[in-house]
Write a protein that binds this ligand. Structure first.
Ligand SMILES: [Zn+2]
Length: 288
C-alpha cells in the first residue's frame, strides 16, 4: 500500500506536492491549448515549473486563468495513478508529443512509467501525492523562456513557474518575501535614487556608478577605481557616470577620453575596451 503523505518527511511531502502541481498545471494548459507540446515539469525549491511549446506567447494575464483551471482539478480530487507500459505502447500514447517521444528514447528500460490523473497522462517516474485535492497552497508566479533540455540549439519553450507550500500561511509569507525583495531590489533602488544603474546594451550585469560631485571621483572612490573606469560621461547637471572597463561604447565621438587615450580606441563601436585606463581623479570630460 502507498505510503501516506502525513508519515513522510516535510521535504518529501513538498516534493510530491510540487511535482503533482506541475502535472495539474500541464493538464490545465493542455485544456487551454489542446495543441500544446509538453516538455518537463519538475519540483523546485519554492514550487514547480512546466515547460511548453504553445501556439502563442503567454502573458501574466494568462496565469490566473490557468490557475483557475488548476483549482477546478484540485476540487475534483481525482487520484494520481501509476502505470507501467511497454515502450512501443508509450510511443503511440505520446505520438503527438515530440518532447515526450525524445524522453522515451532515453529511457534504458523496456518499460515506461506513467502517471495519470483524470484524463491526463504524463511520462513520469513519480512519486506523486495520492489525490489532486491534496495540492492546496499554490500560486502561479511567472512565465519565462527556457531552451528544451537547457541547450541553446534546441527550441525555446515557455516555462510557467508556480510557488507551492504546505500551508496557505507559508505561501503568503513566501509571497511577502518576494514583495520585500522587490522593494529592496538594488537594481531598482540604484536607478530611482540616482546612485547607479545597469544598461543591458553596454554589457549585461555591469554597474554604472553616478558620482555625487561634478568633479573628482565623488561617490565611492574605491569602487570606482576598482572598476577601472573605462567610460565616463557628464550630464548637463555636471554629474558623472562611471562605467566598468569591460563596458561597451556604442556612441561614436571625435572627443578623446580624459586619460589621453587615442579617440580611435575610445570610439570603437560595441567592442569591449581592452586598454586599461588609469584613474585620473576627474571625470569631467564629456564623451558626447
Ligand atoms: Zn511527474
Amino acid at each position: 500500500m502507498a505510503q501516506k503523505l502525513e508519515t513522510m518527511s516535510k521535504e518529501e511531502r513538498l516534493e510530491r506536492l510540487r511535482h503533482s502541481a506541475a502535472h495539474i498545471m500541464a493538464e490545465a494548459v493542455l485544456e487551454m491549448f489542446p495543441d500544446a507540446k509538453l516538455g518537463i515539469g519538475p519540483p523546485i525549491d519554492t514550487g514547480f515549473y512546466y515547460d511548453f511549446t504553445l501556439p502563442r506567447a503567454l502573458t501574466t494575464d494568462d496565469l490566473p486563468v490557468i490557475e483557475e483551471k488548476m483549482r477546478r482539478r484540485v476540487e475534483s480530487d481525482v487520484a494520481f495513478r501509476h502505470e507501467e507500459i511497454a515502450k512501443d505502447e508509450a510511443r503511440k500514447l505520446f505520438a503527438e508529443q515530440p518532447y515526450k517521444l525524445e524522453l522515451i528514447e532515453d529511457i534504458p528500460d523496456e518499460k515506461v512509467s506513467l502517471y495519470r490523473q483524470g484524463n491526463f497522462v504524463d511520462l513520469c517516474r513519480g512519486p506523486h501525492v495520492e489525490r489532486t485535492g491534496q495540492v492546496q497552497a499554490f500560486k502561479l508566479m511567472s512565465v519565462a523562456g527556457a531552451y528544451w533540455r537547457g541547450h541553446e540549439r534546441n527550441p525555446m519553450l515557455q516555462r510557467i513557474y508556480g510557488a507551492l507550500f504546505e500551508t496557505e500561511e507559508e505561501l503568503q509569507s513566501h509571497l511577502q518575501q518576494i514583495e520585500e525583495a522587490f522593494r529592496r531590489d538594488h537594481r531598482r533602488l540604484g536607478r530611482e535614487l540616482d546612485l547607479f544603474s545597469f544598461h543591458e546594451e553596454y554589457g549585461p550585469g555591469l554597474v554604472y556608478w553616478r558620482s555625487t560631485r561634478s568633479t573628482g571621483p565623488g561617490w565611492s572612490t574605491g569602487t570606482l577605481r576598482a572598476a577601472a573606469c573605462a567610460r565616463s560621461s557628464r550630464t548637463s547637471g555636471g554629474r558623472s557616470t562611471i562605467g566598468p572597463a569591460t563596458s561597451w561604447c556604442t556612441r561614436r565621438t571625435s572627443a578623446a577620453p580624459p586619460c589621453g587615450r587615442p579617440a580611435a580606441t575610445w570610439t570603437s563601436t560595441r567592442r569591449a575596451c581592452t586598454r586599461p585606463w588609469t584613474w585620473t581623479g576627474r571625470t569631467t570630460t564629456s564623451n558626447r
